[in-house]
Ligand binder design. Structure first.
Ligand code: ADP
Ligand code: 5GP
Length: 191
């Protein structure tokens, strides 16, 4: 049987990565879809675990060779989901979870209509800004770009199968884990 696809998305700074880490702990058999990017590696990140970090030439070569399910360029960097990674895993029955931007989520659903889309909603843009400032991983310019894009990203939420508010972190984690469990068991209404 083919594995399931779970797509987890939200504006940058909403808490996606934080929640995702908990999901992966709770569901150790879920495979995290490792995207390719041209963004620089952050100190806490590992090559081929968090991302495949590529040069711009390497990335555009893969676009030319049609190796991506979807790709986007934002904040000046490329990000993309590799076809081979997804297909190899789902065809061997593994459930795959994606952490991509909102447009990428919609593209994945277009390519794999059976995919389940979960949206993590921040309490407000102001809170989003505060979280990004507290994270201290972006330059002022990158931070500004991320906040600017948040309005567009928020407008996508109604196209998702599930929307979870990330106000209190523990509550959001529990809600997302319940949804993931239902999806894995095939007991959800989105599939
Ligand atoms: P994303 O992956 O969506 O860009 P992160 O998971 O990196 O977001 O979270 C951004 C920052 O907000 C991190 O410093 C994280 O610890 C913090 N954070 C996440 N969820 C909450 C929450 N519910 N309340 C307060 N801070 C949070
Ligand atoms: P970050 O630079 O903070 O790791 O990620 C920035 C944004 O890129 C996040 O919204 C993240 O979900 C998104 N992203 C990561 N990988 C992909 C991908 O393969 N495709 C798309 N469309 N977005 C991605």
């Amino acid at each position: 049987m083919k594995g399931k696809l779970i797509v987890f998305s939200a504006p940058s700074g909403s808490g996606k990565t934080t929640v995702m880490k908990k999901i992966l702990k709770q569901f150790p058999d879920l495979v995290f879809s490792i995207s390719a990017t041209t963004r620089k590696k952050r100190p806490a990140e590992t090559e081929a675990k968090d991302y495949f970090f590529l040069s711009e030439d390497e990335f555009t070569e893969k676009i030319k060779n049609d190796l991506f399910v979807e790709w986007e360029k934002f904040y000046g960097y490329y990000y993309g989901t590799l076809k081979s990674f997804v297909d190899d895993n789902i065809s061997s029955g593994k459930n795959v979870i994606f952490e991509v931007d909102v447009k990428g989520a919609i593209s994945i659903k277009q390519n794999y209509p059976e995919a389940n889309l979960i949206y993590l909603l921040p309490p407000s843009i102001e809170e989003l800004r505060n979280r990004l400032i507290a994270r201290k991983t972006e330059t002022d310019e990158d931070l500004r770009k991320r906040i600017e894009r948040a309005e567009l990203e928020l407008s996508y939420k109604d196209r998702f199968d599930f929307v979870v508010l990330n106000d209190k972190l523990e509550k959001a984690i529990n809600e997302v884990c319940e949804i993931v469990e239902k999806i894995i068991k095939g007991d959800n209404h989105a599939a």
